[in-house]
Ligand binder design. Structure first.
Ligand SMILES: [Zn+2]
Length: 473
C-alpha cells in the first residue's frame, strides 16, 4: 500500500493503470455512509449508528452556536459553492496514515485535516478527514467540531481559499484557530481559568501569531482572544467579517493595525482576570449576636471569608436598621454599636480584585441588659451587670451635661473584684444626678439606706436601677 500511496501522490496512477483500483479500495475501506442533516455527508470506516448520531448532533449544535455568535444570518460568502461537507473518518490514526494520503493526497502528521479546496469551483468538495479517538471512551471523532468550525468559517466568513488569507503576513491565523477553539469549547469557564493561570501574552502579540507559534500560542491564546473580542467587541468582529467576506484582507489588516492596534491591552488584561476569577466564598458563617444596649462589638470578618485564588479581599458592611445597630468597617474589622432596642440584619460582603464578591448576613438583637431579668436566687450577680449600668448611666449623664462618674474600682473584674455596697450606692447617686440634671425626680430605691456589711446586694437593687435607666433613656 505504501508504494501505491507514492504512486497516487505523485499523480502517476494512470501510468500504472491502477486509478480505478484506488476508487475501489476507497469504497471498500470507507464503506459506511451516513447523511447528517442536508449538508454533512459521513463516509466512515467503522462507526456504530450511535456514534454517527452523536457526531451528527454535535455538529448541528456547533453550527447553531457559530451562527448565533457571529450573527451570520446563515448567508454564505458570495460565490462560495461549498454547500456540503464530506466527513471522512478512519478507525484510528494508523488507518488514517495508511489510506488517507492515497485517497486524498494529504499529509498525516496531524490530528485530522480540513481541506477546503477552491470554494468557487462547482466540482470542488469540501472535506474533513479524521480518525476516531480510540483512546477516549466511546471513540468520538477526533477534532470533529474544531474542523467543522473551519468549514463554517470558510463558507460563511472567509472569501477565497486558504492561500488568500496570507496567514504569515495578514494576521489572520489567530482568527482561524481562535474561532474554531472558541466555538468548540463554547463557554468553558474552567478553560479560561486554566489559561489565565498560565499567563497570557499581550493581545497584540496574539493577533500576530502564526503557525510557527507553540501549541499554546496557536490554540490557547487565540481561543482567549476570540472569546474576548466576541464578548467585548462584537462590533469589531462584525467589521472583520465584513472585510473577510469581501475578500479585503488588506483592509482587515489595516483596520487591525491602525484602528485597533494596542488599544485593548488594558481591557484585555482586566477581562482575563475577571473571567478567570473565582469568587470569594463564605468559609465561616457569622453567628447571630445579642448585644446589650449602648455596647459595641468588634468582629474580624477576615475569618469569615476566603478567596479560592488567594486574592486580598475588601469588606463592606451595612445594617438594615442603622439606628438600632450601627455597623462600620475598617479593613476587616467590623464594629457594631447597639444604639437602640430592637434588632437589625447586618450584611457583610467580601470583594476581590476582580470585583466578584460573597455576602453573608446575621441578625443582631439589642436587648436592654445582660441576664434580663435577674431572677432572685437564680441569677448570680455578675460584674457585667454593674459595668453595663455604669456605661448606661455615664451615657445619660453625658446627655444631661454631666461629666462621667468617678467610679470606685473602675475596672470590675469578674471573679476577682468583690462587690461592695459602695458600688451600688454610686450607681444610685450617679443616676440621681442625671435625673436631677434632666429636671426629674429620682425614683425611690429599695433599701434606701443600706448598711455596709449587713445589707446584701439583691436582684431587686439591680432591676430597679435598670428600670430607672431605661425610663430616663
Ligand atoms: Zn484548526
Amino acid at each position: 500500500m505504501r508504494a501505491a500511496t507514492y504512486v497516487y501522490l505523485y499523480g502517476a496512477c494512470a501510468d500504472f493503470d491502477i486509478c480505478d483500483s484506488r476508487d475501489e479500495i476507497e469504497q471498500e475501506v470507507l464503506s459506511i455512509h451516513y447523511l447528517c442533516g442536508a449538508d454533512i455527508y459521513f463516509q466512515v470506516q467503522s462507526m456504530t449508528s450511535a456514534q454517527l448520531e452523536f457526531a451528527c448532533n454535535s455538529l448541528v449544535g456547533m453550527g447553531t452556536i457559530f451562527h448565533v455568535q457571529l450573527d451570520t444570518n446563515r448567508e454564505p460568502v458570495a460565490g462560495d459553492l461549498n454547500s456540503t461537507l464530506e466527513v471522512i473518518v478512519f478507525s484510528d490514526w494508523k488507518e488514517y496514515d495508511l489510506y488517507s494520503p492515497l485517497f486524498f493526497g494529504n499529509s498525516t502528521d496531524n490530528g485530522g485535516i480540513y481541506l477546503e479546496g477552491d470554494p468557487s469551483n462547482p466540482s470542488n468538495q469540501a472535506r474533513f478527514i479524521a480518525h476516531l479517538a480510540d483512546w477516549l471512551p466511546d471513540s468520538p471523532v477526533w477534532n470533529l467540531e474544531h474542523e467543522y468550525v473551519h468549514y463554517l468559517d470558510g463558507r460563511f466568513n472567509l472569501a477565497g481559499d486558504f492561500d488568500d488569507l496570507r496567514i504569515d503576513t495578514h494576521k489572520t491565523m489567530w482568527w482561524l484557530e481562535g474561532l474554531a477553539e472558541y466555538i468548540t469549547h463554547w463557554d468553558d469557564r474552567a478553560a479560561i481559568r486554566r489559561y489565565a493561570k498560565g499567563g497570557v501574552p499581550p493581545l497584540w502579540d496574539v493577533f500576530g501569531v502564526t503557525y510557527d507559534g507553540s501549541s499554546d500560542e496557536v490554540y490557547r491564546d487565540t481561543h482567549l482572544a476570540m472569546w474576548f473580542m466576541v464578548d467585548q467587541h462584537r462590533e469589531d468582529v462584525r467589521r472583520f467579517r465584513g472585510f473577510f467576506r469581501a475578500g479585503d484582507y488588506h483592509g482587515y489588516r489595516d483596520y487591525l493595525n491602525n484602528v485597533i492596534g494596542e488599544r485593548y491591552e488594558h481591557e484585555w488584561r482586566r477581562w482575563i482576570v475577571q473571567s478567570g476569577n473565582r469568587a470569594p466564598e463564605v468559609v465561616n458563617p457569622l453567628p447571630h449576636r445579642v448585644m446589650t444596649l449602648h455596647s459595641s462589638l468588634v468582629l474580624n470578618v477576615a475569618l469569615a471569608f476566603g478567596d479560592p485564588n488567594g486574592e486580598a479581599l475588601t469588606y463592606a458592611v451595612s445594617s438594615s436598621a442603622p439606628r438600632t445597630v450601627e455597623a462600620q468597617v475598617s479593613g476587616s474589622r467590623v464594629t457594631l454599636s447597639a444604639r437602640a432596642l430592637g434588632s437589625a440584619v447586618v450584611e457583610v460582603s467580601a470583594t476581590d480584585a476582580g470585583g466578584s464578591s460573597a455576602t453573608q448576613s446575621f441578625t443582631v438583637t439589642v436587648r436592654p441588659f445582660t441576664d434580663h431579668p435577674i431572677v432572685p436566687g437564680e441569677t448570680p450577680v455578675r460584674a457585667v451587670h454593674f459595668t453595663e449600668l455604669r456605661t448606661r448611666i455615664d451615657a445619660l449623664r453625658s446627655a444631661a451635661g454631666e461629666g462621667p462618674f468617678a467610679w470606685t474600682d473602675p475596672v470590675l473584674q469578674p471573679g476577682v473584684t468583690r462587690f461592695r455596697l459602695v458600688h451600688l450606692l454610686e450607681l444610685r447617686s450617679a443616676l440621681a444626678a442625671a435625673y436631677a440634671a434632666s429636671g426629674r425626680p429620682a425614683p425611690p430605691w429599695t433599701d434606701a439606706s443600706p448598711v455596709g456589711g449587713t445589707t446584701p446586694i439583691r436582684a431587686a437593687h439591680l432591676m430597679e436601677l435598670r428600670a430607672a435607666v431605661v425610663a430616663l433613656e
